[in-house]
Ligand binder design. Structure first.
Ligand SMILES: [Zn+2]
Ligand SMILES: [Zn+2]
Length: 260
């Protein structure tokens, strides 16, 4: 199975590899695009920056996406959105009562960069806080789908709740079903993320049963990582027949509408 890897960073945000070298690995290792963070303090901050990125990466033969920071990124114009091959929308943290709840510590644990125990676990064991995280996280994804027009939800269930250990109990089934329905109704792909190993197999099975489409994302920041966990997740969830995105957004109805 040749899977297109949508989620890869370069030096244009927090990756260590140049766009030129990413273009080489797309030819020699596996088909992949590029998807740097938007916004990024030393990188893209506005439409002009994104359009320059599109030009630079397209000239190198890459498919070009961005990883749009949901709840944080400045809106893009329609034409900038359309110039991209795809937009990944990801939640990296939440604002609750004006206080930022970052996902970084949870993410580092899920990636295996830090060892258990998860130091924030006592705080996120609070059911009232869990409910607020769930609802705010889902609201950011909904806004990304309805207002930004994202094509892929990046690492959909990466959050402090996933880091508690058992995602199937941390994410109520009703919440999972609402998340999946939102994606299915709007044709938005659910990312299978190699780095964070999310979503968990039961979520993927549910999504598959509801007719979701999927997108592969290694979330590589350094050398291209193999898709070992992704392939194991696909096997465990019975997703081998997809459907998977192949490096471009799905253009519903465009071909018939443009014939004259
Ligand atoms: Zn991310
Ligand atoms: Zn990323």
């Amino acid at each position: 199975m040749r899977l297109f890897d949508h989620h890869i960073h370069s030096r244009r945000s927090d990756g260590t590899v140049s766009l030129e070298d990413r273009a080489k690995s797309a030819l020699s290792i596996r088909p992949h695009g590029i998807s740097d963070h938007y916004p990024w303090p030393t990188g893209m901050q506005n439409d002009d920056d994104v359009l320059r990125y599109v030009d630079d990466a397209t000239q190198l033969g890459l498919r070009v996406g961005i990883e749009y920071d949901l709840g944080v990124a400045p809106p893009l114009t329609r034409s900038t959105h359309d110039a991209l091959d795809y937009v990944i929308g990801s939640v990296h943290g939440l604002a609750l009562d004006g206080t930022r709840i970052g996902y970084d510590l949870a993410g580092a644990l899920l990636k295996g960069r830090t060892a258990p125990p998860y130091v924030e676990a006592p705080r996120f064991a609070d059911p009232a806080l869990q409910r607020r995280v769930l609802e705010t996280h889902l609201a950011l994804v909904r806004e990304g789908i309805l207002e930004t027009g994202i094509d892929i939800v990046g690492h959909p269930t990466m959050s402090p709740l996933a880091a508690l250990g058992d995602p199937e109990s941390a994410y109520p089934i009703d919440w999972q079903e609402r998340f999946i329905e939102l994606c299915v109704v709007h044709g938005v792909a659910i990312e299978i993320n190699e780095a964070y190993r999310v979503p968990h197999p039961a979520f993927l099975e549910r999504a598959h049963a509801r007719g979701a489409r999927f997108a592969i994302g290694s979330d590589s920041h350094f050398a291209l990582v193999p898709l070992d966990r992704t392939e194991a997740m696909i096997r465990a969830s019975g997703l081998a027949d997809g459907p998977f995105l192949d490096g471009r957004r799905v253009q519903d109805g465009v071909s018939s509408a443009t014939s004259s």
